[in-house]
Design a protein around this ligand. Structure first.
Ligand code: GRF
Length: 191
């Protein structure tokens, strides 16, 4: 049986798009569900285009009930992928999927992680610090923002003339290039 992936995303979902494309014809795995806390998130449209089911939830359902766990278990989800999902994952969900929840972060953790460190704020902080390199991190999720064990990092050099838009774009390219493959490698290890 194919491995089943659930993607959580709060916004545009360009990473979700790449993952859905990558696994569309895979014999190993499929994206079985896309979830969002944001009813207006463009990722929901992207999922519709792939005819992948979606589920929108609110804060109360996420933090005060087992609704999401029940859905993920019912769909026999093997791996939960956070791709631009902005809420902290609660304990009950972590316990239900131990070492089965991963996230992508647009910086070289442990640098530029933690609460409030998302989107342009990350890249702005990198430029302000005058760093010579930047990159992405794929990591397991734990009870703190951006702190679980690192699975994979990819780097690039920051050129002196690089703007925020440029380094953001270079990071996105790396995310799109690597995230689906890292997911595939992880799933190959599961029985
Ligand atoms: C990515 O940069 C990812 O690293 C971060 O959120 C962003 C999501 O972008 N966690 P998108 O919605 O996949 O385009």
């Amino acid at each position: 049986m194919k491995k089943r992936i659930a993607i959580f995303a709060s916004g545009s979902g360009s990473n979700a798009q790449k993952i859905m494309e990558y696994f569309k014809y895979s014999s190993l795995a499929e994206v079985a569900l896309v979830l969002s806390n944001n009813p207006d998130a463009y990722v929901l449209q992207r999922a519709d285009n792939f005819e992948i089911p979606t589920h929108v939830f609110d804060r109360q359902a996420f933090y005060e009930t087992d609704e999401i766990i029940d859905i993920l278990k019912r769909l026999e989800i093997d791996l939960v992928v956070l791709a631009g999902f902005l809420w902290l994952v609660p304990q009950n969900l972590l316990k239900a999927f131990p070492n089965k929840i991963i996230n992508i972060h647009p910086a070289l953790l442990p640098k530029y992680g933690g609460k409030g460190m998302y989107g342009d704020r990350v890249h702005k902080a990198v430029l302000e610090a005058g760093d010579e390199e930047h990159g992405i991190t794929i990591h397991f999720v734990n009870e703190n923002f951006d702190e679980g064990e690192v699975i994979y990092q990819a780097k690039f050099k920051i050129e002196s003339e690089d703007s925020l838009e440029i380094i953001k774009f270079k990071g996105q390219q790396l995310e799109h290039q690597h995230f689906p493959k890292i997911i595939e490698n992880l799933l190959k290890k599961y029985n």
